[in-house]
Design a protein around this ligand. Sequence first.
Ligand SMILES: [Zn+2]
Length: 491
Amino acid sequence: MRTLVKISGTLAAVVVVIVLVNTFRHTPDTLRQVAPVEVTVDEDLIARHLAEAVQFRTVSHQDPSLREQDQFEGFIAWVKSTYPEVNENLALTRLNDTLLYRWEGADGALQPILITGHYDVVPVIPGTEERWEQPPFSGNIVDGVIWGRGTLDDKSGVVGILEATTLLLQQGFQPQRTVYLSFGHDEEIGGPNGAGEVARFLKENQVQLAWSLDEGSFVFDDMLPGVEPLVAIINVAEKGSVTLDIVATAAGGHSSMPPAETAVGKLARALVKLEENPVPGGLEGLSASMFDTTSRYMPFLMRMMFANQWLFGAVLEKELAKMPAVNAMLRTTTAPTMLSGSVKTNVLPIEAVARVNFRIHPRDSVQDVADHVARVVQAPDVEVRLPATGGLPASVVSDWNSEGFGVIGDSVLETYGSIVVTPGLMVAGSDTRHYGKVADNAFRFNPLVVTQADLTGFHGTNEKISVANMAQGVRSYARIISNGAGKADAP
Ligand SMILES: [Zn+2]
């Protein structure tokens, strides 16, 4: 007995030592040494340009009859008159209302790159206009802040790229590698006629991009618990989506004599089972890499758990899964969104249907998700239906050790100083679902700082960006384009 106590005591001591050693070794990687680069920009002019861009109601509606074509034409004319250097030096191809510019590189043997954003925006939900501190399409600049729909998503991207390109042209920059710039007009409704057409056009012209950079994640301020420095998350993949119908059937009849089990009851049970049995996931691949980088900056307890996943892995994953934003990075998510049953209160439904939206993690295929759901809800008279369209699989995962990722990361370090750079997973969609088809690697990132408070602005109310933040975005885009393209030797 005494020997046993002794042995377990020694074991516990060994475990504690291992845990502590791992924790103390789990410190920030030696930060990449990147010399800061000063980029001088005219902040007031940039702010005025973004404010003007916001004033065009380039809204993508689900109902195409609500679309205001003159606003799109107005925006395109504005781009041409506001950025004369871009329009004089780059070749423009208009594909529907999307603008594709080509900046010829000196070395035709190098694969081109694409820098892109979209200028369409989501509608302002009717009735919420009053909640905006400044009218949503005013572009008002108040106390160093530019207000309005699109200031974050994604006119700041489009204007940022145009400003940066103008700046480089004014400095006489000549790219070594060909640079494409694309400004999409229908991202918010899936991008089929904008980015979709650009991808088709490039393919037709046998253009395969080395890499592309589209909207996506941001430089986050105070977003990860306990992480002090700014964190630039460069998304290297985006989730897919499929909506499955869970259908429960029963005999129906009058509600005065219901059977013990109705279609609604069966459906409810199926949904509870689905919520209790999420699609498997965890800390692996991309999300493991992201947390490995960022957890090194976290407080002791979190750092200890991340450094000792052999011991705390299960607890850690359980804790992380409680945070919806983090959970979405770990697995395919399950969201029942629409329900239907009987059309009358006194009629039992013959069919009760739940539409469940799944956002597909790169580790799963559409079929994997359908199989998981069928297994979980399995019961007599309960059926799972795949949509006729089949669903949208997750993107491929781009290489975060590739040159393109390095260029974007280093450019951000040049303008922001020593911040944390990490790959990430996009839980929403972007036009890169199209562009990715013609790029060896596809990245999704806006070099702008976003805080927790800013998040409500995306597709919501009071979307805004500070002038200083916007200017920093222009500086970063200028560095990304010049580092990505390389400077051609003087002739
Ligand atoms: Zn967007």
